[in-house]
Design a protein around this ligand. Structure first.
Ligand code: FNR
Length: 349
């Protein structure tokens, strides 16, 4: 794939992601319900939003998930994302830095993240075909606190210029996890994960997994829109929703699974709190945050909205009688009939 193609692709992804965004949450989110209890012993002021991923401390359990970089336009978006993170204390992931390993002129579009958010947790990002050497390079480039490795076979296959051979991915990931100095997070890109995938990742030493389910930004639809021949419309619904992916993760005994991040279609603090109650240690948002910052003058309102989400999250935790994120895992949730059917078919209790 030429670098020109790749730069255009980043701009196109932004455009399509913005156009396809829907503000309503996926039915699996909407139909997952908390059981209301009338008493709470936790004062609002005592609710803590802190969480941890391995040894990384997050002051807020939701973060800006991987999106962009690699072109002039995406540098501007990255700058706004980093300022938003800096002003609100959110952790922040870079978009894929693959282009930066090949074309030095694009490195600034990623370095801007560290420049604008010098003290935030920042995650670098690469595809699973990359070597350990590239992984070290991109982490150094932005002084990243962790590396995200994305796995995206449906996207690659639908993308006309995408990869067609994924046979070395698990070995590459294993190498990187074993030798990189910072933690590695393996993430999907909106197709979700099964318990088998999570178990495979755990067996090669992966300690943090982001299930990134469907229900939000849809890379089957985005890549389909970029195609000129052979359409793949029927793959628009491919994969597991975020709630189903969490159910899959929870079907593995806790000692035998990585720490779980939930993302994919998260639109509101209520979606976030459901993910956390279902065992996620942190929650990532891409499409919803992109909506907040895509316009040049959007930063003040984006900062205000993110601060409101933080307060709303605290409110819901108070309502659920939870002082911290760990307490949330003790709350009672009722799953939708669809999700229960999935559990039945997959023999998940
Ligand atoms: C993404 N995503 C993504 N993921 C990744 O690991 N590396 C990447 O470079 C990108 N690029 C990218 C661009 C744009 C414009 C968007 C919106 C998203 C995928 C993202 O991290 C996430 O997994 C999915 O978008 C699903 O989450 P949302 O968008 O529904 O919150």
């Amino acid at each position: 794939m030429s670098e020109f193609q790749q730069m255009n692709r980043k701009d196109e992804h932004l455009l399509h992601a913005l156009n396809q965004y829907q503000s309503e949450s996926h039915p699996d989110f909407q139909e997952t319900r908390f059981v209301h209890q009338s008493f709470s012993s936790v004062p609002f002021e005592e609710v803590s939003l802190e969480t941890k991923l391995l040894d990384l401390k997050l002051s807020c359990p939701f973060f800006i998930n991987a999106m962009t970089g690699g072109s002039a336009k995406t540098k501007e978006v990255n700058q706004r994302l980093a300022i938003l993170a800096h002003e609100t204390g959110l952790a922040l992931a870079s978009g894929s830095m693959s282009i930066a390993t090949k074309d030095a002129s694009t490195i600034d579009s990623f370095k801007i993240l560290r420049q604008e958010a010098p003290d935030n947790l920042i995650f670098a990002n690469l595809g699973a075909h990359h070597t350990l050497e590239n992984a070290k390079r991109v982490v150094d480039m932005i002084e990243a606190d962790a590396l995200q490795i994305h796995i995206n076979t449906p996207q690659e296959l639908i993308m006309p210029e995408g990869d067609r051979d994924f046979s070395n991915w698990l070995q590459n990931i294993e190498q990187i996890v074993a030798h990189l100095a910072v933690p590695v997070i393996v993430k999907e890109v909106g197709f979700g994960m099964s318990r088998e995938t999570i178990q495979q990742l755990h067996s090669i030493g992966v300690q943090v997994v982001d299930v990134a389910g469907n229900g939000g930004t849809n890379f089957a639809t985005i890549e389909n829109a970029r195609r000129t021949r052979i359409s793949y419309h029927e793959l628009g619904d491919w994969g597991q929703s975020t709630i189903v992916s969490l159910v899959e993760a929870n079907s593995i005994p806790k000692v035998n699974r990585p720490e779980i991040i939930a993302s994919g279609g998260v639109k509101s603090p209520l979606d976030m709190v459901k993910c956390l109650a279902m065992g996620a240690k942190a929650v990532g948002l891409s499409g919803t945050i992109l909506q907040l910052v895509h316009q040049e003058d959007s930063l003040p309102s984006a900062i205000r909205i993110v601060k409101e989400w933080q307060e709303q999250l605290q409110t819901m935790m108070c309502l659920l009688d939870c002082q911290n994120i760990t307490d949330l895992q003790q709350t009672d949730l009722v799953l939708s009939a669809n999700v229960q059917n999935w559990c039945h078919a997959r023999q998940i209790d």
